[in-house]
Write a protein that binds this ligand. Structure first.
Ligand code: SAH
Length: 324
């Protein structure tokens, strides 16, 4: 028997090590090159607002196929070449297979976690990374809570060994605690507050903590039972952005957002850039480029459930996209 978060950590480590996750799901940078370009330009503007430190660590957590970073670096090199010269690329990735895919496209150093990133000013980006981190689930029972464990591909509830602070739910309802995500954000926030910089997270989840079981599994592109065949499906959960923001603020950083992804990308020129690119392409590919932008931004597609959240050194101005 294992606590859900420990079980999920093991299952996902096995999954990312052995399988091509992109057979099971598609992410924003794989949908449109403009996504990574916008994030690159976001980082370049923040770098300038930091006083253009040289060197600066540019990091990505969970880089997948390296597509976001390849697109970001191209945009940075074209528009702010001084930053391209100043940046040192560091990638946080646990999967050996994905590290190899990334190494074929990117000249970088690799890390197992954010705590070994080199010291100094830091810009970190992460798309669909926090949702892969393990969660704990508590169920409201009578006057207290139980915590979900996994045994033989089934949930088992044990009395909760810690109070579920600041949360409430109706009898039998589940609340999720994104403990790994809040621990990681707090640690990053402490570091950004001490030595400068900013982090940008894009992921899906509600803006405010809410009860509900969001653990989901994708196998061969389809929803599956999360508990069956650990390591054979991609396990994710909604990111509790309120909890992540609180953890970062408690550590001294300034938080912007969460803001719907569609609003964030549209403010930063998703449709203008996609339109410019579309005009250079044959008509069918141009139309696909515009369609990709709409998929990322429209509220009933990826524009609303996905959010952008920035964690910054308290001396920095509000980063691009978070003000009107
Ligand atoms: N950002 C990419 C990939 C998202 S998939 C994209 O948008 O396409 C999640 C990524 O996070 C994968 O690269 C996976 O190997 C990595 N990952 C998952 N859990 C991790 C962990 N605990 N530590 C480091 N990387 C992790």
């Amino acid at each position: 028997m294992e606590r859900l978060d420990r079980w999920m950590a093991r299952a996902n480590t096995a999954y990312y090590a052995d399988r091509d996750p992109f057979a099971d799901f598609t992410t924003a940078p794989e949908i449109s090159q403009v996504f990574g370009e916008i994030i690159g330009l976001w980082a370049a503007v923040v770098w300038q607002s930091m006083g253009a430190p040289d060197p600066v660590v540019l990091a990505e957590a969970g880089p997948g196929r390296g597509t976001l970073m390849a697109d970001a670096l191209r945009a940075i090199a074209r528009t702010v070449p001084a930053m391209r010269g100043a940046l040192r690329l560091h990638l946080v990735e646990t999967s050996p297979g994905l590290r190899a895919v990334q190494a074929a496209r990117l000249d970088a150093n690799w890390h197992d976690g954010v705590d070994t990133l080199p010291p100094g000013p830091l810009l970190l980006v992460a798309n669909e990374f926090l949702d892969a981190l393990p969660i704990r689930q508590f169920v409201r029972r009578g006057d207290g809570w139980t915590e979900r464990h996994v045994r033989d591909e089934r949930f088992v509830e044990l009395p909760a060994s810690l109070p579920v602070l600041g949360r409430d739910a109706a009898e039998g309802e589940t609340v999720e605690v994104n403990q790994a995500a809040t621990t990681l954000t707090a640690s990053l926030a402490r570091r950004l507050t001490a030595t400068g910089g900013a982090a940008l997270f894009l992921d899906y989840g509600p803006a405010r903590s809410a009860p509900g079981d969001s653990l989901q599994a994708l196998r061969d592109g389809r929803g599956a039972d999360p508990l069956t065949g650990p390591g054979s499906a991609d396990l994710t959960a909604h990111v509790d952005f309120q909890a992540v923001a609180q953890a970062a603020e408690a550590a001294g950083a300034t938080v912007s957002g969460p803001l719907p992804q569609g609003v964030f990308l549209t403010r930063l020129g998703l449709f203008q850039r996609s339109g410019v690119l579309a005009r250079t392409l044959p008509p069918a590919r141009g139309a696909a480029m515009i369609e990709a932008a709409r998929r990322l931004a429209e509220p009933d597609r990826m524009g609303m459930l996905f959010k952008a959240l920035a964690v910054c050194h308290p001396g920095l101005p509000t980063p691009p996209g978070f003000t009107e």
